[in-house]
Design a protein around this ligand. Structure first.
Ligand code: 5GP
Length: 120
């Protein structure tokens, strides 16, 4: 299983303003910022403000308002970045087999070029 939430993880520190980020959106439920090591011309991370390790944790324990607010923010960020007409990918790594590095739930938004079909 997944470890308990670590309040010293890097995204928790970004949320507290202890580490800077290139913010693209912030509201009551979510923060979106550019990935420090972009894999595509547009590579943005969207994170909920609550302390959730993974999507499993988030989907099981967040309130309906948090879940709705978070996913609406993902959609809004993609739209605001101009990705809707060309398309884009959203992706979330979870746990060890999923290759998750930062243990605060996040969604990657990849776009700005053809990202092709998903291959595991
Ligand atoms: P994961 O593998 O956990 O899904 O992805 C974590 C992502 O966070 C990676 O793409 C990595 O480049 C990004 N990242 C790690 N540390 C920082 C940071 O301090 N600032 C930003 N903006 N991105 C980070």
């Amino acid at each position: 299983g997944l470890p308990p939430y670590d309040p010293q993880n890097i995204f928790a520190r970004i949320l507290r303003g202890e580490i800077p980020c290139k913010r693209v959106h912030e509201d009551e439920f979510a923060l979106a910022f550019h990935d420090i090591n972009p894999q595509t011309p547009v590579h943005v991370l969207v994170i909920p403000k609550g302390a959730y390790v993974s999507h499993a944790d988030f989907s099981a324990h967040a309130s309906d308002a948090e879940v709705a607010g978070f996913w609406r923010a993902v959609g809004r960020v993609a739209r605001d970045l101009g990705l809707e007409s060309a398309g884009y990918r959203i992706l979330s790594n979870m746990g060890e087999d999923g290759g998750q590095e930062v243990p605060h739930f996040h969604v990657h938004i990849f776009g700005g070029r053809r990202v092709g079909r998903m291959v595991p």
